[in-house]
Structures are given as C-alpha cells and as structure tokens.
Design a protein around this ligand. Sequence first.
Ligand code: GDP
Ligand code: GDP
Length: 454
Amino acid sequence: MTGDGWVELEEPELAEEPTGPVPVVAVVGRPNVGKSTLVNRLIGRRQAVVEDTPGVTRDRVPYDAQWTGRQFTVVDTGGWEPDAKDRAAAIAAQAEIAISTADVVIFVVDTTVGATDVDEAAVRMLRRSAKPVLLVANKVDNAALEIEATSLWSLGLGEPFPVSALHGRGAGDLLDKILELLPEPPLINENPGPRGPRRVALVGRPNVGKSSLLNRLAREDRAVVDSVAGTTVDPVDSLVEIGGEVWQLVDTAGLRKRVGRASGTEYYASLRTAGAVEAAEVAVVLLDASETISEQDQRILSMVTEAGRAMVIAFNKWDLVDGERRYYLDKEIDRELRRIPWAIRLNLSARTGRAVDKLAPALRKALASWETRIPTGQLNQWLTALVQATPHPVRGGRAPRVLFATQASTCPPKFILFTTGPLDAGYQRFVERKLREEFGFEGSPIEVSVKARK
Ligand code: GDP
Ligand code: GDP
C-alpha cells in the first residue's frame, strides 16, 4: 500500500485446500451503490463486469475469493427487482436472504449520496440478525470524501469502512477486516503435511482372498517395502509397490503372517475392519465372485460408505465364474449394490493374477474423485441451469427455491445447497444424481446437504 491508501490488488495466489466449510460473505445494498464493483474487487478480478443501468437484475451469484491464503465465498446479492412496488420491502427481502446464508454481511452505502430511507429500512433488518455486519462507505475515491463517510455512523452499524471499490482504495484493509470476522477454519487438518504413500484398506469377510491378493501384489512387483523416506508407517501396515507406486496397505500385518485360517471371532474381525477403513483413504472391498453377496459383505460395504472413504469393489476368484454364475452375479449386483453404483468394480483373480494390474489405476481414479473440488462458479452455472430446467415441485402452493451451492469440503466431496426452504428428499436426491452425472466422482461417495433460510 502506498501513502495515499491506494492498493492495487494482485491476482490472488491459489490458497491451500480448505479443510472445513468455506465461509460465506454476502454483499447487500441499494442498487447502484457499487456492490458488483466491490465484489469484483474482492475476488481480485480486474475486468469488472458492471452494468451501468441502475437496478439491473442480476442473479445472486457466488464467487470464490482468497486473501492471504484463506478462502471464502462472496455472494453478490444483486437480485434486485426493478419493478418492485415497495423498494424498501424488496431490499429487506434481499437482505433477509443474505443474512440467513452468510457468515458475514457487507452492507454497502454510496457515500456520495449518503444514507437514504431505503438504507435505513435495510439496516433495521440487518440489526435484528446475529450476523456480523460490516458497513462499507463506498465511492470514497479520495481522502476528502472520508469526512462524508463519517456521517454514516448515524446508521448505527458501527464504524463505516471507507473504500473506493472502483479504484481499490481501502480494499486491502477491508479484506483484512473481513477475514477477522470470518469463522476460524478448523484446526484439525485431515490430511496434513507432505503426503506419504496413499493409505489403502484391503477388507472383506474371511476367505474372500485378502491374504492371497496381498501375496500376489507383493510377488508381482517383488516389492514389499520396509520404509519410505520421510514417513513413519505403522508396523501393522505394509508398504507395497503396485503399478509403479508405493501404497500403504493399512493393518495388513495379520494377513501377511497368516497361514490360512481366519483368526479371532467375527466381532473382532469387524472391529479390525472398521479400524482399517477409518485409517485409510480408499478401501478395496473384496467380494467372492463365486459366492452369493452376503449380509456380512453388505456390512463391510456400508462401513466404507458411512466412513466416507473412496471405494473399489474387487470381485475376486473370477477364475471360478462361469456363464451361469455370471448371469446370477449380474442380478445380485443390480439388487445388492444398487445404493453404491458409484463404486469402481473390478473382476480379478488373486490366484491367476487376472486384472490385478487394474487395481492401481482404479485406486488412483477413486482417490482423484474423492479429492475433487468443483470451482464455485462452475458449480453454480450448472446448478442454475438445472433448477431452471427442473424446478422444485410445488407443494401446497409453494415451492422452495435453490439459491446457490458451495462445496464445503473434499475427501469426500460435500456440497451445501442454500435454499428458501426445506427440499423434498426426492428433489435432493435428484440434485445429487445430476451432480454425479455432470461431474462424475467415480469411486467416491458424495454428500449433499441443505441449508434452508429461516
Ligand atoms: P450495484 O448496483 O450496487 O452492484 O452497483 P455497481 O457495482 O453496478 O456500480 C454502480 C455504478 O457506480 C457504476 O457506474 C460503477 O462504476 C460506480 N462505482 C462503483 N464503485 C465506485 C467507486 O468506488 N467510486 C466511484 N466513483 N464510482 C463507483
Ligand atoms: P482371506 O481370509 O480373505 O485372507 O482369504 P485367503 O487369501 O486366505 O483365501 C481363502 C481361500 O480362497 C484360499 O484357499 C485361497 O487359495 C482361495 N483363493 C483366494 N483367491 C482366489 C482366487 O482368485 N481364485 C480361487 N479359485 N481361489 C482363491
């Protein structure tokens, strides 16, 4: 920043992957006070797309923003209806939506005009909320105008923040202030530091062929590694090179040593499986293709899904599958794996080595899906088209609207839909299914939740 408080904002560096929900900042205010100019300034975009016509209707659009390594979403609440009869009511309604969805509200006033009746109506709305509100005195293009800004104290929202959205004056300080008000990102990082080998759980009921597969993998690549530089590996884990890459197979010590029979009761086996799944990023669930998919298989599949891990289903003992078995297996798959059509499936044989080389690519694909982040702009472009083409069905004369969406986290991908009311479970599933159709996520569970404005 130079002496006169002028800042030229640089294109932001790509921030670290956020580990928690990305906080939302809503920008509200009368038409023409400079909201979209400010939003463009906050997201670091130089070519501001600003409509010069007052009251031009814009959609409520979220944008990704980053400042000093922290990420947040800025929502431009430009959805002003130019023909609204009662302007104060319209802006109050707009502010209401913003309040309900945001972590921080930025209320923009045009300093060259001063506080108007409409501004005061909006303020009454804002003050009733528990959300932090930042009063921005915009169009303070020079130091002389700062005096004008002080008159906005009268709005009762605390100290006005003088900025010039157009020229960038005061914008850096404003961003610092916004970050102060945002909720702290969670301290626990699920995947901290430089990444060691990817963690894989090899699970399945007794006798599906886990030890055989592990032995096959170790033999094929002649590489059960003892250590990888810079990483500490639990002694019960195995490091195995598969497909030219070292993987950490969690809790496989028992499998490596074992000479045949399963040890321990089913209860302990299942505890152990749960522990391995928890510790892993991706699970390979082995099923015995020559036998009917059992309840125990189902429990293990649910365990992986509920833990939110990426998943590859390996139908082992494929050498035993003949035409007739194949016919019945296909039917079982349709019936039993209906809820997890996204899991990657492989038909392999630990005995013959069939398709064992497909395991590493499948794991990589599942992990890539698990870590996918859809940029907010892309997500909402898709969503807007979707809800326009297929709006929520009308219930009792009303239909909740989906306002926008953010991806709250990765590993697995979780999405939040911001809506004007609760959605039908069916409609929520519809959005989730379409989300998969559009973006894939093969091999990874995803989660869609709804935040309805109250
Ligand atoms: P919105 O309707 O609140 O989104 O307002 P816009 O961002 O479309 O801006 C309305 C008008 O005010 C445009 O002509 C902008 O160029 C202008 N404007 C925005 N910010 C500033 C500013 O800081 N200083 C000056 N002088 N003009 C601004
Ligand atoms: P685990 O209990 O899951 O570790 O299963 P094991 O690896 O001990 O295998 C159980 C039995 O299935 C053993 O008799 C293996 O030889 C046999 N087996 C494992 N994989 C295959 C396979 O791909 N084809 C056939 N035909 N048998 C297999």
